[in-house]
Design a protein. Structure first.
Length: 1095
């Protein structure tokens, strides 16, 4: 019988192989493996023969690139594959360096590597125009290509034909470039190439907010042409930036012109984004094998050991198979069910690939290399044993790595019925060429490491991976130190705006310096530093404009700069007199200073101490603002503020211990250097003194109210409005009249000698100095102001697994699911949040986005249960809170609150406060915040499994199919789809009742496994029935107690909303009854054997 079974297997295998070209290789024999007693020369000779035969023989003689398939007709070369081939050749060259008489093989192998790296550089530099476009607009249509002609380096596919946007490929190029140059290879030859590499760095710096197509070139898991933010891309970008920062591309022969600069704050944003995304790969990929090269060799991008272990464990647990790792769950690539004639998948097609995903042996090799680097011999042995049975040998006896193992069409049904039950067959010919070069190169690296012919340091000379216990003893650049605890003391210099302010502060024991007293050191605002960096890597021959005008963050301003022979220090961006009004709120400024110090403490990894300039302006100490500022300055003097150690001293004293950055690139274009403006001391009349102005109690509250009625003036002639505008002394009235004129006449309408926008700017400034926040917000909105750091704040929210919506409560909202540029965000805000009469909402929502971005980065637990951050609804929650606090009195106008009060109100609203609150208030707040209970989305999935016709609520239908086919229960996109289904609910308290109802339905179905819905579940109908029962019981109860009945509308559900969820007459009991009635009225069918049946 056994022989018959074997014959059956052979027939099935032959039938399966008839659909794809058969293997020309034999299984690898043990006799072909090297012996332990072989001399070093023979061992290396064996490796040389393998690398030459299986890799270098396919290298293009013209460009040095490697084809993606080794068949003669293939002319496509992918950057990623070629880089790994170059790495394989380089690794063997490192091994040959250990012997003296190498017969020229070290030279050959090294220069094969150099030829490939320069070939990629050549292809990239021919697309310098795309690099310039991508810096300004990082979109798929303007990116560098990732596939080139192997012989000519020409473009092969257009951006519409191929998904070229792969940040990980460019990052991998930069990473290997640094590793190889550090090992002694000369790859970069002149300053044109240096400036081009610097411009590549500018592109990679923004990886944290550029959704791309990822390592598998498909973007979203659904393969529908959409991009996503991938952990693998962000991680490789982070690793590349760490590696190349301060690196000299000319190696030991370099000078200051060949050093690469990295924006440290951009690097930190990539680091924070990576930590927030992991252990997920993206929104649709719960995990992915693409993360292995990111968390392990070659990137080693994760600093936190716990996060590394969590990510690796998830990859191994979900994706490992007998023949390799799946790329990700429900990956249709090269499966028997995939339609090879279509580029994209159809909806619900993903279900076809469940359980038959191809398995890739290359990831066993990654795990072997990881084991060697981490000194885990058991892991190395485990994956060697797994790899051994599934690799083959060539005619020459060299190991050959199949690209993947697939389930033939005849076995698909059986495999899907019982995962792992069927035999898989290798793809080593036909569509994918005879040799999979990426896998081949990686296998040779792994074997060299396992056989100890090279050490991890040979292929990682820049110490990307250093064991945690050895990290303090290794000299590394700023960011590789990763998880080392940082208890840095921040040096602080207090700078007074004027001499009279200095004298005034001195009376309180606060020692400061003025700009004149620190000379010849110059104090610059960060925007002047941006101006200087604009000349970095400018290259007219290549059409490259240099560094884009991006702000310099806290880390960048904590360094000392040598610029054109001058010593320059910069004050942080928080002290800039921003165009946006947040900088005019001293309490918010103090908060920002403390946050900046915390950030520097956590992220500073350079030699020397960070230097933090505190700029004190006269405006900061006026009126009620003086005491908080004085308290802050006193904390500085004590040496401890907000949990951070600080040391305050004169600037000249602190400079010796600081980190110095030389901006030598400015000397190259000295003729074109602009004039830099340093911060100058405020010139004031002699003998004048600082006066602490006191503010009249409630004066601003009175001034915030306009004297005019907007409705009354709306239809009056323009000349009357203009006359009133000039006659009125009330800033609130002037702002309202300007709003009417702006909508009617446009921004260029002239008023006396100034146009309307100039008049509004004047109102904005005056209202800001008098802290009339309602007027300030109206003027700022009419001037379409945009707050700094809005785009990074939105990115911070997104990478924490949330979506953001902007728009007015109760009106259409714009959903933001991918990072956007500031210009695009500005367009959304002023189109969705600026209705007639509600203009102030546009700037209030900007404030909230900034605050939410900070809170979610520092205290993500406050947003637990909130998947979609609906900013307009959060404003509604804050208004509810103000009503609750006011009681029977009129509530405060939210627009009259200072920015710092807005932030505190937001923090209060996000903190659940159930004590002393009615159920109506609780539901209003939780509904406005879109908060859901733990496990809510998983329960909706379970309901959907038992509801063939789906769920309906507020006119939106959530179908069972293709939802269950396309998605998985724990996938974030499913949770977002549920949120999308609930978005049309208007009342927050009603939304919360719907959430409670879904939890009830889930429990009922869980406790009655024999039931399932046979029709659509209309949640609105169920709530209506529950409310109807509630009213009947309430009427009976009122009658029995002979209480006068309040006259309420039949549709007034306030009493229902104000009823506790649990208890004898709680909302849950009425909702449960409504669900059970629908189930027991015949709209249900038994899905298992009837338990009541006797026979």
């Amino acid at each position: 019988m056994a022989s018959l079974a074997d014959v059956g297997w052979k027939l099935l295998e032959f039938k399966a192989r008839s659909n794809r070209s058969g293997s020309i290789y034999e299984p690898l024999r043990l006799s072909n493996l090297q012996r332990d007693d072989e001399p070093l020369w023979e061992k290396l000779d064996r490796y040389y023969s393998a690398v030459k035969t299986t890799i270098l023989n396919y290298q293009s003689p013209t460009t040095g690139l490697f084809p993606i398939k080794t068949c003669p007709t293939c002319k496509d070369a992918k950057v990623r594959d070629s880089l790994y081939c170059a790495a394989g050749s380089w690794a063997l060259a490192m091994a040959y360096r250990r012997i003296d008489d190498d017969l020229g093989r070290t030279h050959e192998l090294e220069h094969s590597t150099i030829k490939c790296m320069r070939g990629i550089l050549y292809c990239y530099m021919r697309q310098a125009d795309k690099v310039e476009q991508f810096k300004q607009d990082p979109s798929p249509s303007k990116c560098l290509h990732s596939v080139f002609n192997v012989d000519t380096g020409d473009e092969v596919y257009s951006n519409s034909e191929y998904h070229h946007l792969q940040i990980d490929a460019v990052s991998l190029f930069l990473l290997y470039l640094v590793e190889m140059i550090c090992s002694g290879l000369q790859i970069i030859y002149n300053t044109d190439e240096v400036s081009f590499i610097q411009n590549l760095v500018f592109c990679v710096e923004r990886a944290y907010r550029v959704p791309d197509f990822g390592m598998w070139e498909r973007g979203s898991k659904y393969n529908n042409g959409s991009t996503e933010l991938h952990s693998s891309s962000v991680g490789l970008a982070k690793a590349a930036l760490e590696a190349i920062n301060g690196f000299n591309l000319f190696g030991n022969q370099g000078c200051s012109w060949s050093v690469i600069f990295v924006d440290l704050d951009a690097h930190n944003r990539n680091r924070q984004t990576l930590c927030s995304l992991l252990p997920r790969e993206s929104r649709s990929h719960n995990t992915d094998a693409a993360l292995l090269p990111t968390i392990s060799y070659p990137a080693f991008a994760v600093d936190d050991d716990a996060l590394y272990s969590q990510t690796l464990d998830k990859i191994v647990r979900k994706l490992r198979g007998k023949y390799g790792f799946k790329r990700f769950l429900r990956d249709g690539y090269r499966t028997a069910n995939e339609d090879k004639n279509r580029r994209y998948y159809k909806p619900a097609e993903m279900k076809l690939f469940d359980g038959i995903e191809c398995e890739f042996p290359i990831f066993f090799i990654y795990m072997m290399i990881d084991g060697v680097f981490r000194g885990n011999k058991a892991q190395v042995k485990e994956y060697q044993d797994l790899l051994q049975p599934i690799i083959f040998q060539s005619f020459e006896g060299h190991a050959v790595i199949p690209k993947y193992y697939y389930v033939p069409a005849d076995f698909v049904e059986a495999e899907q019925n019982k995962h792992g039950s069927q035999k898989r067959f290798p793809s080593n010919s036909g569509r994918d060429g005879l040799i999979f070069l990426w896998g081949q190169a990686l296998y040779n690296i792994a074997k060299l490491l396992v056989d100890e012919l090279i050490s991890p340091k040979d292929i990682d000379p820049i110490h990307r991976y250093v064991p945690r216990q050895d990290q303090r003893n290794v000299s590394m650049r700023y960011s590789n130190q990763g998880p080392i605890e940082n208890d840095v003391v921040i040096h602080v210099s207090l700078i007074a705006e004027s001499q009279r302010l200095q004298v005034f502060l001195n009376t309180y024991g606060i020692q400061t310096q003025t700009p004149q007293q620190v000379e010849p050191i110059q104090i610059w605002p960060q925007k002047e530093l941006v101006k200087a960096y604009r000349f970095l890597a400018v290259n007219k021959k290549l059409g490259l404009s240099g560094r884009p005008e991006r702000p310099v963050g806290c880390i960048g301003t904590c360094k000392i700069y040598r610029i054109l022979g001058k010593t320059v220090v910069c004050y942080p961006i928080v002290f800039d007199l921003s165009d946006f009004y947040l900088s005019q709120d001293v309490m918010l400024l103090i908060d920002d200073i403390k946050n900046a110090l915390q950030f520097i403490k956590q992220c500073w990894k350079m030699q020397g101490r960070p230097l933090f300039l505190v700029l004190i302006r006269e405006d900061n100490i006026k009126g009620s603002r003086f005491n908080p500022v004085l308290d802050m300055l006193a904390s500085f003097r004590k040496g401890f503020i907000g949990g951070v150690k600080v040391h305050v001293d004169r600037l000249q004293t602190l400079i010796s211990g600081a980190f110095v950055e030389q901006l030598d690139f400015l000397r190259v274009n000295e003729a074109e250097i602009p004039e830099f403006k340093s911060f100058e001391e405020l010139e004031l009349p002699k003998h004048s003194k600082v006066k602490r102005q006191t503010s009249t109690p409630n004066a601003s509250d009175l001034e915030q109210q306009p004297e005019i009625s907007v409705e009354e003036w709306q239809d009056k002639p323009t000349y009357e409005i203009l006359q009133k505008f000039h006659d009125s002394d009330c800033l609130a009235s002037q702002a309202q009249l300007a709003c009417i004129l702006l909508r009617r006449e446009g921004p260029d309408f002239l008023s006396k000698d100034e146009n309307l926008m100039d008049e509004l700017e004047r109102i904005y400034r005056r209202a800001g100095s008098r802290k009339l926040w309602s007027v300030v917000r109206l003027a700022a909105s009419l001037l379409t102001k945009l707050v700094d750091s809005l785009a990074p704040s939105i990115t911070s929210i997104l990478v924490h697994g949330k979506q953001v919506t902007l728009g007015i409560f109760g009106h259409e909202e714009e959903v933001i699911s991918n990072p956007l540029s500031p210009g695009v965000i500005q367009g959304i805000i002023y189109s969705k949040c600026c209705p007639l009469g509600g203009e102030r909402e546009a700037v209030l929502q900007q404030e909230l986005v900034i605050h939410i971005g900070w809170i979610i980065s520092n205290d993500p637990q406050r947003f637990s249960g909130m998947l979609k951050i609906r900013v307009g609804w959060i404003v509604q929650a804050m208004k509810h809170e103000l009503k609750i606090r006011a009681g029977d009195m009129p509530p405060q106008d939210i627009y009259q609150l200072s920015p710092s009060d807005i932030k505190q109100l937001l923090l209060d609203v996000l903190q659940p406060q159930h004590t002393g609150r009615s159920w109506l208030n609780r539901r209003q707040i939780d509904g406005s915040l879109n908060r859901t209970p733990l496990g809510f989305y998983d329960r909706v999935w379970q309901i959907l499994e038992r509801t063939p016709y789906g769920i309906v609520v507020a006119g939106t239908h959530l179908p069972q199919q293709p939802t269950l086919s396309d998605m998985t229960m724990y996938e974030m996109n499913f949770s977002l789809l549920v949120e999308d289904t609930l978005k049309n609910i208007v009342l927050p308290e009603y939304r919360q009742i719907i959430v409670e109802l879904l939890m009830v339905v889930s429990v009922v179905l869980e406790r009655n496994p024999e039931l399932e819905f046979s029709d659509k579940v209309d949640l609105d109908v169920l709530v209506k029935e529950a409310f109807s029962d509630f009213q009947k019981d309430r009427g009976c109860l009122d009658g029995a107690q002979k209480q006068p009945k309040k006259q309420t509308s039949p549709d007034d559900m306030e009493a229902f909303y104000n009823t506790p969820a649990l208890g004898k007459r709680g909302t849950s009991s009425y909702l449960t009854k409504a669900v059970m009635i629908q189930l027991l009225q015949g709209d249900v069918k038994p899905c298992k054997d009837d338990p009541c049946a006797v026979s």
